[in-house]
Design a binder for this molecule. Structure first.
Ligand code: ATP
Length: 145
């Protein structure tokens, strides 16, 4: 049995489909939602969302926000969310290097340090999600290529 999943950011509606299962990273750990799950509201952590739909699995990068499940509808309101195919790998790698460089500086204050750790985390998740997609694309190519 399917249920409706909407993923929304301040900028756009990222995803809106009927799905079988969604796995969401929350501050209390990962939660898996299936149709008829009990109602929940939880705070999203940075991580990857895994969506199962008609035997296909897709991943998305997500950071910050809330997930709500009520009346067989899941709504994710996120600070940022990207489908694997939307991720700009070059940009994520640059963000990772920038954050690493900041963290290696001795004079960094606590707030800047926390910001850099969060930016590093976001970049690593984006790289991981984008790599999952390239692995999937590789697997789909004919053996002779
Ligand atoms: P950057 O330093 O590269 O801007 P960031 O982690 O600070 O990265 P966010 O503040 O999380 O970026 O996101 C700002 C917007 O840019 C959001 O709409 C997010 O979806 C998008 N975004 C960030 N990084 C990427 C990326 N590597 N590929 C595609 N979209 C991205």
């Amino acid at each position: 049995m399917k249920f409706k999943l909407d993923i929304v950011t301040p900028e756009r509606l990222v995803y809106s489909e009927d799905v079988d299962v969604v796995t969401v990273p929350t501050i209390e750990g990962e939660i898996g939602i299936l149709a008829n799950h009990t109602p929940i509201v939880s705070v999203i952590a940075s991580g990857e969302i895994k969506i199962k739909k008609a035997g296909e699995v897709n991943y998305m990068a997500i950071s910050g926000g809330f997930v709500q499940f009520i009346k067989n509808k899941a709504t994710i309101l996120a600070d940022a969310a990207e489908r694997a195919e939307e991720i700009d790998m070059d940009r994520a790698e640059k963000a990772r290097e920038r954050a690493k460089k900041l963290l290696s500086e001795k004079q960094i204050d606590k707030i800047a340090q926390a910001d850099a750790i969060a930016a590093l985390q976001r970049s690593l998740i984006r790289i991981k999600v984008a790599q999952r997609r390239s692995a999937k694309t590789r697997d789909l190519k004919p053996q002779s290529e």
